[in-house]
Design a protein around this ligand. Structure first.
Ligand code: IPE
Ligand code: IPE
Ligand code: MG
Length: 256
């Protein structure tokens, strides 16, 4: 499997979508289980097929000039699934890093992982650290893998760090502002997502990037994740290009 994008696109970093390309796209990859069930297959087969889709979307992100792609791959709440499914998902992450890391690196992808690392098996922690270390200087795309990620826990941890900094005298409580919170999140050096896509027709965040999504645009895609493809991704980017992001202001067209 290769991520090699069309060379002319890569050289020029020219978006192939009309209009404005979102700098940061985050995807809630949902519907693997339903995809498998509809075919009489085990849920794990849906996850296996879903992992293949990731390769296509990484490639398309590079081609279209998206700078950051965040993928929600395992939530803190997903531990409550059957043990066999959880261990399959952990195995899939191991396999993905082992088989795809060299290729991601060759294609200039920088890998970042967000989520709680403490509860993870030590071999997985080591693999994730290796992926981040190897690719840290790459610039074609930043691939942020949200694994064992839960936004409320991330905010709770940030609140605790603030409290500790105040108690230790490193921070005056009057200095606490939104930057002080953002700097204590996993995403401290990653800009907020411009566009959040969720597949499978569900229309909820499921504890994903609650703080960071304050002004994100949303795109709900009916296709199940294993059926998701480049054309569906392009449709989301095209929809984004038509949005009027106001951030609380009056639209630029209406300002006169
Ligand atoms: C998304 O697919 C993958 C993960 C949450 C790990 P699901 O497994 O949630 O699939 P559905 O929603 O049950 O169809
Ligand atoms: C969100 O999907 C988590 C991931 C895509 C990794 P879920 O399938 O876990 O979310 P709910 O349970 O439908 O809200
Ligand atoms: Mg789901």
């Amino acid at each position: 499997m290769t991520f090699t994008a069309d060379a002319s696109d890569l050289t020029a970093r020219r978006p192939s979508i009309d209009g404005c390309v979102p700098r940061h796209v985050a995807i809630i990859m949902d519907g693997n289980g339903r995809w498998a069930k509809a075919r009489g297959l085990p849920r794990t087969e849906g996850h296996r097929r879903g992992a293949e889709v990731i390769r296509r979307i990484v490639r398309r992100s590079i081609e279209t000039g998206v700078e950051i792609l965040t993928l929600f791959s395992f939530s803190s709440e997903n531990w409550s699934r059957p043990a066999t499914e959880v261990s399959y998902l952990l195995g899939l992450l191991r396999r993905f890093v082992r088989t795809d890391l060299a290729n991601l690196h060759e294609n200039g992808v920088r890998v970042r992982v967000i989520g709680e690392r403490d509860g993870l098996a030590s071999d997985i922690r080591a693999l994730l650290e290796e992926a981040e270390r190897l690719t840290c200087d790459n610039t074609a795309l930043t691939l942020v893998v949200a694994f064992n990620y839960g936004s409320r826990q991330e905010l709770v941890d940030a609140a605790r760090k603030l409290a500790e900094d105040v108690a230790a005298g490193r921070l005056d409580s009057r200095e606490i502002d939104s930057d002080a919170i953002a700097e204590r999140l996993y995403t401290r050096d990653i800009p907020d997502p411009d566009l959040i896509i969720r597949t499978s027709g569900e229309q909820r965040l499921s504890n994903f990037l609650l703080w960071q999504a304050a002004y994100s645009e949303f795109y709900f895609e009916p296709a199940l994740w294993p059926d998701y493809d480049k054309d569906a991704f392009d449709r989301a980017l095209a929809s984004y290009a038509k949005r009027d992001r106001r951030f609380g202001r009056v639209s630029s067209q209406a300002a006169t």
